[in-house]
Design a protein around this ligand. Structure first.
Ligand SMILES: *Cc1c(COP(=O)(O)O)cnc(C)c1O
Length: 376
């Protein structure tokens, strides 16, 4: 048996008629850039979040740095985030000309640890950039409190957690902007690249709209800007898929619950932690080996048995070649949790279309490896 890591084509086949009909509508409309399909999807996506505005952009990285720029974050400013995330979180800070400051992650959730943030605040600090890592919201209530106390902006990197919720808070409710990626492997993915900014802030909406389209609000008139638009064909795919996102996330949660129930007694791995009251949408199901030297053997064992597991993210940002980019990126305090996460993480196959047999086979092989290793 083989277990793939992604189910992109399966997902397409499941809702092919809806996706094809939407794409066909765009093709026949003759309007492929900034057309009616983009408008329609932006409205649907804002409504999905219960927010005023959604602006489609070229990708998730652009969503981040265009938001930073729209909020006035640039050279001389510092943004606090954590190093065990996808590279783009920090990359976007550098593209905006600002400085990334890294603090540790929470040992259980692997999201930014709010208790570590205040030590990193300086007069230059402009924003906190929490990542809803692996599909679970960061502790936004604690982050909002710190931001209010120090008058900081909060920009949510929500590339991984569309449809997630916190305990008594929704994504977007406690921040200035929410940035999403629609690259195919994300929970809501198009057949290529895409991204969006979601916000209740009219100024951010206006700025991002202008910046993504050559600084133009009116035909022929331009101020400073770029080209980062979400194509109508992608909007068509996303509009069709948005109707299924909650059902897809429910399936991810079902697979995760099965993994957790069956793997909980394994001696040599730790399992993902879901904060009570949160809705984790399991963009990834990330386990950790108890010791870093166990990771390669487990990955090899799964691979030998036809299971495609991966690592997210085995090289933390501060461990990347050439770090630090930009001026003066720095680490504040111990980042032992982030380094443990990077050193021990393994993502088991996780997508809505996984079959029960595939989940159970992955569980069986993981337990088989665990038994051969014995007590940690
Ligand atoms: C995927 C991802 C991004 C970047 O999205 P792209 O669309 O690839 O530019 C940013 N942050 C996180 C946490 C991501 O997972």
């Amino acid at each position: 048996m083989t277990v793939p890591f992604y189910g992109h084509v399966k997902q397409y086949h499941n809702i092919k008629s809806e996706i094809d009909a939407n794409i066909h509508e765009v093709l026949e409309s003759g309007q492929y850039v900034m057309g009616p399909m983009l408008k329609r999807f932006e409205k649907e996506f804002a409504d999905y979040h219960g927010m005023k505005h959604a602006i489609g952009v070229g990708n998730g990285t652009d969503a981040l740095w265009l938001s930073f720029m729209a909020l006035g974050i640039g050279p001389g400013d510092e943004c606090i985030t954590h190093p065990n995330t996808f590279f783009a979180t920090a990359e976007a800070i550098w593209i905006a000309g600002a400085t990334a400051v890294f603090v540790d992650s929470d040992p259980k959730t692997n999201c930014i640890d709010p208790a570590k943030i205040e030590a990193a605040i300086t007069p230059k600090t402009k924003a906190i950039v929490p990542v809803h890592l692996y599909g679970q919201c960061a502790d936004m209530k604690a982050i909002r409190k710190i931001a209010d106390k120090h008058k900081l902006l909060v920009i949510e990197d929500n590339a991984q957690a569309i449809g997630a919720r916190g305990d008594g808070f929704k994504i977007g409710e406690l921040s200035d902007a929410v940035c999403t990626s629609f690259i195919i492997q994300k929970n809501l993915g198009t057949f290529g690249d895409g991204g969006a900014v979601v916000t209740n802030n009219d100024q951010v909406d206006r700025h991002v709209r202008r910046l993504r389209n050559h600084g133009s609000e009116k035909r022929s008139c331009h101020s400073y800007g770029f080209n980062s638009r979400l194509d109508d064909i992608h909007a068509a795919v996303l509009s069709a898929k948005l109707k299924h996102i909650d059902a897809g996330n429910d399936l991810r949660r079902k697979h995760a619950a099965r993994y957790t129930a069956c793997l909980k007694d394994a001696q040599n791995i730790t399992l993902p932690y879901e904060v009570p009251g949160y809705r984790h949408v399991f963009h990834l199901y990330v386990i950790e080996t108890k010791r870093p030297e166990q990771r390669r053997p487990l990955l090899d064992f799964l691979s030998k048995n036809g299971i495609d597991a991966k690592c997210h993210y085995d090289i933390a940002i501060h461990q990347q070649e050439g770090y630090p980019w930009g001026k003066g990126a720095r680490i504040v305090g111990s980042i032992a949790n982030a380094e443990r996460n990077a050193g021990c993480c393994i993502s088991l196959p996780m997508f809505p279309e996984l079959t029960a047999e595939e989940v159970d086979y992955t569980i069986a092989k993981t337990l088989e490896w665990d038994r051969t290793v014995g007590q940690a």
